[in-house]
Write a protein that binds this ligand. Structure first.
Ligand code: ADP
Length: 402
């Protein structure tokens, strides 16, 4: 693979397909974009080049295959296609099966299909992108990168639910954790950014986006994380409630007659910031409303912060030392307010923010935001695409040497 080689990163959802074309020598994406509303008449694909120029075209067939066909035609027209030497696919659930990224072949595809029982919304969508891409570009190495893989180092006491163990043994019911690609990226960046000993460090990562999770990383390995068997557990998110007393869910069902499916939909899609505020799942909108005195927006942010601080405190118990608490994701990277409110609650552990530094970090900036002589608190922007591209490139090179 030469320095001019490119890696195509594909993140395929049920009605959308995000892509990013990343130089092997670690530069900004040459081309990125999104095919959206797949399955609907208005389906279209949008391309954005290095200079920020955007172009869009309709997708009359509205399928994942037609989106990829349009993408490869565009790459061909821009004379980029021959440089694509590897393709990395984001895959939601790797179960107990996948502890790291792997080259895709028919056996791996069947294992991902079998794991769809654990991620019925995500794995089948991921597979649509994988199968269509393999049909269109069979000669290029394709790699699966799993959201769960980084957390496969969790010890049994961290991943076991305290229900009869037979459910774990028979049905694979356990905590898996997600956002692993982001947590792994940040964990690697932190070692360089703060000159940590790779074999002796402890960091906590708060990945706060539409979906959010905390991860405790000890000596490069995930030792605890807040999401569980599905991405529902843990923090208060855009539309997910996070931790919820199962007794409360059972009581709601007895009051309303809702089915399990309807409750599951409610806790995943109508809860979190959206459910408490009644206004929006978007943190920016809630911050604005909070400034204007909107009581439910204020409560929504307070509930999110309370849960976040509690989870950070809990995850600390899995570390031998705290070298850094790192905020990342759309909210973590941009919201000085959420960082300030959260770290204030952690004052009992000696954490303290430098207000001026905190206010200055947003929009892709990174840096330490704690005061001198207090435990390090920092912001590092995440880059899951870069991590996926790196895995795909490394595996592709290894295979070409065999
Ligand atoms: P996803 O999980 O879909 O990748 P992101 O990581 O992009 O999402 O995060 C989206 C969240 O980040 C939204 O709640 C959005 O409001 C929030 N966000 C983005 N910019 C800001 C900002 N300047 N201030 C506060 N929140 C922000």
């Amino acid at each position: 693979m030469s320095n001019a080689s490119l890696v195509l990163v594909i993140n395929c959802g049920s009605s959308s397909l995000k892509f990013s074309l990343i130089p092997f020598n670690d530069g900004a994406p040459v081309l990125s974009g999104l095919a959206e509303k797949l399955g609907l008449e208005e389906a279209c694909i949008t391309f954005k080049d290095l200079a920020g120029n955007k172009s869009s075209q309709p997708l009359p067939e509205a399928s994942h295959l037609s989106a990829l066909t349009a993408l490869f035609a565009e790459l061909n027209q821009r004379q980029l296609l021959p440089a694509v030497k590897a393709i990395g696919h984001r895959v939601a659930h790797g179960g107990n099966e996948f502890k790291q990224s792997v080259a895709l072949n028919s056996e791996v595809i069947e294992k991902i299909r079998a794991l769809s029982v654990l991620a019925p919304l995500h794995n089948p969508a991921n597979l649509m992108g994988i199968e269509a891409t393999m049909a269109l570009l069979p000669a290029v190495t394709q790699v699966a990168v799993f959201d769960t893989a980084f957390h496969q180092t969790l010890a049994p006491e961290a991943y076991t639910y305290a229900i009869p163990l037979e459910y774990q043994q028979r049905y694979q019911v356990r905590r898996y954790g997600f956002h692993g690609t982001s947590h792994r990226f940040i964990a690697t960046e932190a070692i360089h950014a703060f000159d940590l000993d790779p074999a002796d460090h402890g960091i906590l990562i708060a990945h706060l986006g539409n979906g959010s999770s905390v991860c405790a990383v000890k000596n490069g390995q995930s030792v605890d994380t807040s999401m569980g068997m599905t991405p529902l557990e843990g923090l208060v998110m855009g539309t997910r409630c996070g931790d919820l007393d199962f007794g409360a869910a059972a009581y709601i069902a007895s009051c309303t007659g809702q089915t399990i499916e309807s409750l599951y939909q409610m806790v995943n899609n109508q809860s979190g910031l959206l459910g408490v505020s009644g206004l929006s799942s978007d943190c920016r909108i809630l911050q604005e409303a909070r400034r204007e005195g909107h009581a439910r927006a204020t409560l929504a942010i307070d509930v999110m912060v309370h849960r976040l601080a509690r989870q950070i405190g809990a995850h600390l118990t899995s570390l031998h030392r705290l070298d850094a608490l790192i905020f990342t994701g759309g909210i973590g990277e941009n919201s000085a307010l959420v960082r300030e409110l959260t770290v204030k609650r952690l004052g009992v552990l000696g954490l303290q923010l430098d207000d001026e530094k905190n206010q200055k970090i947003f929009g892709g900036a990174s840096g330490v935001i704690s005061t001198a002589n207090t435990p390090r608190v920092a912001v590092l922007p995440t880059n899951e695409e870069k991590m996926i591209a790196l895995d795909a490139a490394v595996i592709s090179i290894a295979l070409s040497r065999v």
